[in-house]
Design a binder for this molecule. Structure first.
Ligand code: HEC
Ligand code: HEC
Length: 404
């Protein structure tokens, strides 16, 4: 029935298009066949993945959020090897700007190798939770974690605080951002370091991709512009919002619903242990003195802490990981929380051949083996590739002027 209605609608659309081109005499109009006839429901589903860049408001839990002085201070800290006592590991070691703010390794290598893949930092300002397990509830708290992690930077609170106090350039920048010299409390100073790092990372937004131009063309009903989007990507997009059900998790302008799911990626780690995923993340979150319920949250209304207050540990959280954004995904191989899938074709094969027995929790309802043909798999990959920015949206770097 639905199908017949679609066919009728398509015929009607074709007729109107033909009449219009007769009326305007535009013989050179682009061929209608070069854009798929998406149904009204499909178009609505597609439009929900934009517009891009999505709107954003500064983080109320971070009084340095959106402050240009903090961006500059945070950028210096991001490239500062002295935050690690070894002097060898900086944020940019793993989040390399020229590799889409990740490291192209399966699992991150700091002072030693870790169990998880380094996520890209593109669009982190839109995240609700941070880390594959959501152990961070703010960008600034998440930015403190690697400094203290013995496997990553192996630093400490006392040492990081001493660095900012003793370096006149940093002490000056701290005062410019927070309106007072570095405090005596190491913990408060470390929170400030995290907040400046966050302000810098909030500027890392992916540029517009071919998909965005297509989406906006659909919104305006501009078929000529829509037809510029490759057919393979259009067919892949149809699977993405339709039978593939991908958009039920990779949802919205940033292609993530911000939540946690089990997609059947094995959670065993080297040495015989398991990665508990969200289950372990909630425990870490609740024990973290820098979480939004703690005293370093600058939002005095308490509203920003609501999600943290309401989080509760459930059995289904075991083996769940955060739904990653898919923007620029073609530039951030390898994939998944443990870097176990090397290419986008491997990821598509994973969803195509997925074993339902490996997936527990709510993934069970949302994920079924898709059994895609080779052509459909290639289309889905073409769509994922069309989420790659055509030009960088990063602000041009200003000359590094001294603070004093
Ligand atoms: C040794 C490699 C390594 C270093 C160094 C490192 N990171 Fe990461 N980063 C990771 C890994 C791995 C994760 C995922 C962590 C997890 O799931 O618990 C991550 C996650 C993040 C996230 C969360 C992203 C998201 O989408 O949820 C942010 C933000 C971040 N790092 C910022 C930083 C900052 C700021 C620094 C420097 C202070 C830093 N990282 C240093 C490897 C690293
Ligand atoms: C049930 C929710 C859900 C559905 C449905 C889903 N995904 Fe995912 N996706 C996730 C989660 C969660 C991860 C991370 C899993 C992990 O690391 O263990 C992920 C990871 C990915 C990645 C890797 C990204 C990266 O940076 O590592 C790609 C690509 C991807 N999904 C594409 C798709 C496509 C294409 C579909 C549809 C065929 C799809 N997803 C359907 C939840 C989902």
């Amino acid at each position: 029935m639905e199908e017949r209605r679609d066919t009728l609608r398509r015929h009607a659309q074709a007729l109107i298009a033909a009449l219009l081109s007769l009326a305007t005499g535009s013989a050179a109009a682009p061929k209608v066949e070069s854009a798929l006839d998406f149904t009204g429901a499909e178009i609505r589903a597609i439009l929900r993945h934009g517009a891009w860049p999505a709107s954003w408001t500064p983080d109320p839990s971070n009084r340095a959020s959106g402050n240009p002085e903090a961006v500059e201070f945070g950028e210096r800290l991001f490239f500062e090897p002295r935050l690690s006592p070894s002097g060898k590991v900086l944020c940019a070691t793993c989040h390399a700007p020229f590799r889409g703010w990740q490291d192209s390794r399966a699992r991150a290598l700091g002072l030693v190798e870790t169990d998880r893949n380094t996520p890209s930092l593109f669009n982190v300002r839109y995240n609700r939770w941070f880390g594959w397990d959501g152990a961070g509830d703010s960008l600034w708290a998440q930015s403190i974690r690697p400094i203290l992690d013995p496997r990553e930077m192996g630093g400490g609170q006392v040492q990081a605080a001493a660095l900012v106090r003793a370096d006149p350039e940093y002490a000056c920048r701290y005062e410019k951002v927070f309106g007072a010299p570095p405090p005596a409390s190491d913990e408060a100073l470390l929170a400030g370091i995290g907040k400046a790092l966050a302000a810098f990372q909030e500027t890392l937004v992916a540029g517009r991709a071919p998909f965005d131009d297509f989406r906006d063309a659909l919104e305006k009903g501009d078929r000529a512009a829509a037809a510029r989007y490759p057919m393979a990507a259009q067919r892949g997009l149809r699977i993405f919002v339709g039978t593939g059900n991908c958009a039920s998790c990779h949802f919205g302008p940033n292609f993530s619903n911000g939540e946690f799911h089990d997609t059947g990626v094995p959670f065993f780690v080297a040495g015989g242990g398991v990665d508990r995923g969200r289950h372990g993340g909630i425990r870490k979150l609740q024990a973290n003195p820098f979480n939004l319920l703690g005293r370093h949250n600058d939002d005095k209304t308490g509203k920003s802490a609501t999600k943290t207050r309401h989080v509760s540990l459930e059995h289904r959280n075991f083996g769940e990981f955060k739904v990653p954004s898919l923007r620029n995904v073609a530039r951030t191989a390898p994939y998944m929380h443990n870097g176990s899938l090397a290419t986008l074709a491997d990821v598509v094969r994973h969803y195509s051949e997925l074993s339902p027995h490996r997936v527990h929790s709510d993934g069970e309802i949302l994920l079924k083996p898709l059994r895609l043909s080779a052509g459909e798999s290639a289309d889905l990959v073409a769509f994922l590739e069309s989420l790659t920015e055509t030009a960088s949206a990063l602000p041009p770097r200003r000359p590094a002027l001294p603070c004093l």
